[in-house]
Write a protein that binds this ligand. Structure first.
Ligand SMILES: NC(=O)c1ccc[n+]([C@@H]2O[C@H](COP(=O)([O-])OP(=O)(O)OC[C@H]3O[C@@H](n4cnc5c(N)ncnc54)[C@H](OP(=O)(O)O)[C@@H]3O)[C@@H](O)[C@H]2O)c1
Length: 244
């Protein structure tokens, strides 16, 4: 039987039903991990788990609800890898977007990641790893995404702080900061007929002149979760966007 780097590891992956989280789950499972996918839609999770195979399973969870996050973590005997990719985005001019929309986004994408750490850490042995997910808006100009920029910056700061706090337990914490990534279900808040022009506008600002793939993100996630000396890092995988 083929030996994988992650043989025997239990990996919880929120947002694992689609996009970046799904690609990470596939990659980890291929390397031997037993993956547990979390997301709100049971059918999406079931289909994703079936596609991955290798014992993958879904636990329907809204990460914005701390009780559900606790139930997710309670469903596993231990956590070797925690990857928190769940959440969507909200786009719009600052004067148009209701504050509640940004608040809801923070509830799932900031507090969802924080509460997953809160419940997972007691179940993590030395050598375990956490990977948070932010986005280049934390330090790249992205118009009509002011609340998202604040969110990404907050997640980056959370990751660095937790890395220091958890280093004495030998639990590593890093942040994946994706740039423009295709093949995801993310809602850009743009009418379908304007989507390709919107995307072209974004791609035009990226030095590599193309979007990334979910597999680019999964490769980075695998690196950050398996390199035993990497902690406290925010890794932008963005075609050079943040280098400009
Ligand atoms: N795609 C990009 O260009 C890009 C760039 C920068 C950052 N990001 C970030 O990367 C992360 C992954 O997104 P993606 O691009 O892979 O998009 P995606 O395909 O939409 O994946 C997001 C996943 O999160 C789940 N989710 C959303 N809200 C949730 C909640 N409250 N509780 C539990 N699960 C929830 C969704 O499933 P359900 O709807 O079934 O819950 C979905 O499977 C997101 O945080 C996104 O903002 C993406």
């Amino acid at each position: 039987m083929r030996m994988g780097t992650l043989d025997g590891k239990i990996a919880i992956i929120t947002g694992g039903g689609s996009g970046i989280g799904f690609a990470i789950a596939e990659r980890f499972a291929r390397d031997g991990a037993q993956v547990v996918l979390a997301g709100r839609r049971p059918q999406r999770l079931e289909e994703a788990a079936a596609k991955i195979g290798r014992g993958a399973r879904g636990v329907p969870t809204d990460v914005g609800d701390e009780t559900q996050v606790k139930r997710l973590i309670d469903s596993v005997p231990r956590v070797d890898l925690l990857v928190t990719c769940a959440g969507g985005a909200v786009f719009g001019p600052v004067e148009d977007v209701p504050t509640q929309a940004w608040s809801d986004m923070f509830q799932s994408r900031f507090f969802g990641q924080l509460s997953a750490c809160r419940y997972a850490v007691p179940k993590m042995a030395p050598g375990s790893a956490i990977l948070l997910c932010s986005g280049v808006a934390g330090h790249a100009a992205l118009v009509n995404y002011s609340g998202g920029a604040g969110l990404c910056g907050a997640v980056n700061a959370l990751g660095r702080s937790l890395a220091i706090e958890l280093a004495p337990k030998d639990i590593r914490v890093n942040v994946l900061s994706p740039g423009l990534t295709r093949d995801t279900a993310i809602d850009w808040g743009v009418p379908p007929e304007k989507l390709s022009a919107f995307m072209e506008g974004l791609v035009g600002r990226i030095p590599l002149k193309r979007s990334g793939t979910v597999h680019d993100m999964a490769d980075a996630a695998f690196f950050l979760c398996t390199n035993t000396y990497a902690t406290g890092q925010v890794l932008d995988i963005d075609g050079g966007w943040t280098a400009v």
